[in-house]
Design a protein around this ligand. Sequence first.
Ligand SMILES: Nc1ncnc2c1ncn2[C@@H]1O[C@H](COP(=O)(O)OP(=O)(O)OP(=O)(O)O)[C@@H](O)[C@H]1O
Ligand SMILES: [Mg+2]
Length: 325
Amino acid sequence: MANYSIVFDQVTKTFPKAAKPSVYETSLQIEEGSFVTILGASGCGKTTLLKMVNRIHEPTSGRILVQGEDVTKVPITELRRKIGYVIQQIGLFPHMTIEENIATVPRILGWDEQKINERITFLLELVHLSPADFRKRYPRQLSGGQQQRIGLARAMAGNPSIMLMDEPFGAIDAITRTSLQDEMINIQKQLHKTILFVTHDIDEALKLGDKIVIMNNGVIQQYDTPLNIITNPANEFVSRLVHSEDVLQRLSLLTAESVMTAITGSIDPREVKVGREENVKKVLMHILNGAADSVVVVDSNQTPVGRISLAELKIHGTSKSVSAS
Ligand SMILES: Nc1ncnc2c1ncn2[C@@H]1O[C@H](COP(=O)(O)OP(=O)(O)OP(=O)(O)O)[C@@H](O)[C@H]1O
Ligand SMILES: [Mg+2]
């Protein structure tokens, strides 16, 4: 049985005096260690969904489980200790230095100074800001992108197993944004957090997510892998959302590793090989040029780790199978 880090069980949220629910009858199971992006238009309920996990909002009906426990049954401080929260406006404390900002939660947790210092160094290196340069600066002495990195470091300071990230890169220019996305992918490879990441950028959702939740009007339209979202949209809404631009272009956002079926053992040496970081658009080209119906994915030592077949990459598959579950 899969290990679920967060479970939404028939969750509905209707704000007082609201004409209709902001989140409606939502059930969702988030696997431990997975990176899930939540995509949808402004006002569709993304933030509301997120804020019910750390109990900034309470559901009107339904339940939310975090690591198997009903969130209403755990003391709120204990719950929030397991959950890092990053928002677009960053919210660094302006009168505190970078190191004091990052140390906020560890201090509350009563860590000793040496452990806190080591943690600050570790986190600054993780987000690629030199500790010597940045520890003593104030937030106003940092660029927007650097402040966002500190926001991320601060949210991870107490080593939470879950990260809620609400459009963390929304206010950042395209170039910095791309590099923050790449850093996020690397951080996740090292730390294996469970991440719920809200965005309204389709490319960002496809690039970062192991799975994507697509919402419209408070209702989940599809919860699926990026490949399935692109190749097997569950309904007209999803289809219009992801196919508003070139499908091949979208496939180029996915890596071979993210769509392959894992294999072990030896392969036919004549088979076409691609690296695990290769993008799926190129993989498709390899398959079409190689006149074979599949390619082998290899790691940096040329060891076979997976296979991608044409059948799996079929665009607009006939079976409109998977929907939200
Ligand atoms: N505190 C609140 N009181 C009343 N209504 C609210 C409250 N917070 C959100 N809403 C309403 O709930 C709906 C969903 O809002 P939410 O903030 O979850 O949207 P969102 O998908 O995060 O949008 P955006 O992309 O603009 O951030 C909206 O119609 C909003 O007006
Ligand atoms: Mg929002």
